[in-house]
Write a protein that binds this ligand. Structure first.
Ligand code: PLP
Length: 295
């Protein structure tokens, strides 16, 4: 069975009825050309995406990912996605992947070709990298200035801050800067001094036995992994809270993690070169939970 599945999708309107959804997408060879050069996703990063983790044939948290795709589309003024169509495409991809091991399914919805009438969309599934190192031994993190304050999303909605847009060049540059500084990853800090998120992950810390994550202000993405983990923690009697987190609180936390859909939970072992307490047992528990089938 191949390790990749790529589907080109012809997006149907959100309110479409009596459509044979299976006929709205088709497999393509990912090594062959499939997009037109006028694609605004490639020319301008003008589109949105989601990355869903797959564990042993189960796609994790599909609904929360699709709800976030819909929210990103709303922010970017793209046509509302038909969630049933995306679910059908995901089911087709899962059927074409090996039923053991970890994979990532990327969903992309682009504004389409310039002056073209319709958006374009595709799904690309492939085997996940081996993240046993970060999961078991943690990551070194540096803080980097995000260049705007927590209120920027409300003040300047055209910055599209709460949307998961394809424009990740800045996020990738931040990871390169982290590596230049001898670290593995980064936590963005707002210009008014608050912890925000990683370039591809959410931040969670624990202080005095309470788990906290930055309040979803519209300036950061609301992570599906963080939400799933908080539901699990609350269900097992732990205290969780959303609030503003001054960056110095992260420095003095009992433990902290970056969490995301495919790498899952990675404990922070050092922040800006200073060692941080690393809770191996809790991290192992987080990852054991995150590897169970979740909807
Ligand atoms: N924040 C940003 C900027 C991200 O890119 C991601 C995931 O890629 C996350 C947070 C974590 O989201 P999730 O847990 O849904 O993967």
């Amino acid at each position: 069975m191949p390790d990749t599945v790529t589907l080109l999708i012809d997006p149907v309107p959100a309110d479409a009825v009596d459509v044979d959804l299976g006929a709205t997408f088709r497999p393509v060879d990912a090594t062959e050309p499939a997009l037109r050069v006028g694609e605004l996703s490639t020319q301008r990063g003008d589109g949105i995406f989601e990355t869903i983790g797959v564990v042993d044939g189960h796609a994790q948290e599909v609904r929360p990912h699709l709800e976030r795709l819909r929210n990103s589309a709303r922010i970017c003024e793209l046509p509302e996605p038909n969630l049933a169509q995306w679910e059908a495409a995901i089911a087709t991809a899962l059927a074409g992947l090996p039923q053991t091991g970890e994979f990532g399914i990327k969903l992309v919805l682009s504004r389409g070709v310039e002056h073209g009438p319709a958006p374009t969309a595709w799904l690309a599934a492939s085997r996940a990298a081996d993240f046993s190192g970060p999961r078991e031994h943690g990551i070194r993190v540096v803080t980097l200035d995000r260049g705007y304050d927590r209120g920027a999303a409300e003040r300047a909605p055209w910055l599209l801050l709460g949307a998961k847009t394809l424009s990740y060049a800045v996020n990738m540059a931040a990871i390169r800067e982290a590596k230049r500084r001898g670290a593995d990853d980064t936590v963005f800090v707002s210009s008014d001094g608050y912890a925000m998120e990683g370039p591809t992950s959410s931040v969670i810390l624990r202080r005095d036995g309470v788990y906290a994550t930055p309040a979803p202000s519209g300036a950061i993405l609301h992570g599906t992994t963080q939400q799933s983990l908080f539901e699990h923690l609350a269900a097992t009697g732990e205290r969780v809270e959303y609030r503003d987190i001054p960056i110095d609180e992260l420095r003095t936390a009992d433990a902290a993690w970056l969490v995301s859909s495919v790498r899952l939970a990675a404990g922070i072992t050092a922040l800006d070169g200073e060692p941080m307490p690393y809770d191996a047992e809790t991290t192992a528990g987080f990852n054991a939970y995150l590897l169970t089938p979740r909807d």
